[in-house]
Design a binder for this molecule. Structure first.
Ligand code: FES
Length: 178
């Protein structure tokens, strides 16, 4: 992913010049362009809006949807809802973190996997479940997640086959994350 140049950032942030109350909007604009908030954009936002770097950094760390790291190639959204939890969700999540060597909300150092969690997908009859990119994986067990990741690690290439069920819509995910 290309780094943000000063000229690009200046053009992108021009509409926010001097607008101290527009930090979130300016950061959203940056993230929409680059997929995350590049380090160099923090100073550019601060200077353009006339706020401190700490203010910009504080907003980024407060809002979970604002990312300081480039997006990983694959996002795992793991359900942490009550039903999934009651059916062994914690043990399964622990297996995933162990396989990938990361915790929730972290990415693998090679940028391949990012692990997130959601409160409930709204499809509890298929619990425990997770979503990898656009594929839903349901009725998970520790064995099943081992098989899913064994198809991809090490190396990666082959696409993971889901359970043939559509992943929760973007709208639903946004509502759950709100
Ligand atoms: S609790 Fe996991 S889908 Fe509802």
């Amino acid at each position: 992913m290309s780094r943000a140049t000063a000229a690009e950032l200046a053009a992108l942030l021009e509409p926010f010049e001097g607008q101290k109350g527009a930090t979130i909007d300016a950061l959203k604009q940056v993230q929409a362009r680059y997929g995350y908030i590049p380090e160099e954009a923090i100073d550019a936002v601060a200077e353009t809006l006339g706020v401190s770097r700490n203010t910009v950094f504080g907003v980024i760390t407060y809002y979970e949807f604002l990312k300081l790291e480039p997006p990983a190639r694959h996002t795992i959204r793991y359900c942490m809802g009550t039903t999934c939890d009651a059916l062994g969700g914690r043990e399964i999540l622990q297996e995933i973190t162990s396989i990938l060597g990361i915790r929730v909300f972290e990415a693998t150092p090679d940028g391949t996997w990012h692990l997130e969690r959601l409160p409930c997908f709204g499809t509890c009859s298929l619990a425990p479940m997770m979503q990898i990119d656009d594929e839903a994986h349901t009725k998970l067990t520790v064995e099943k997640v081992r098989r899913i990741f064994a198809e991809r690690l090490p190396g990666e290439p082959a696409p993971i086959a889901g359970d043939g069920m559509p992943a929760p819509s973007e709208q639903l995910v946004k509502e759950l994350e709100a």
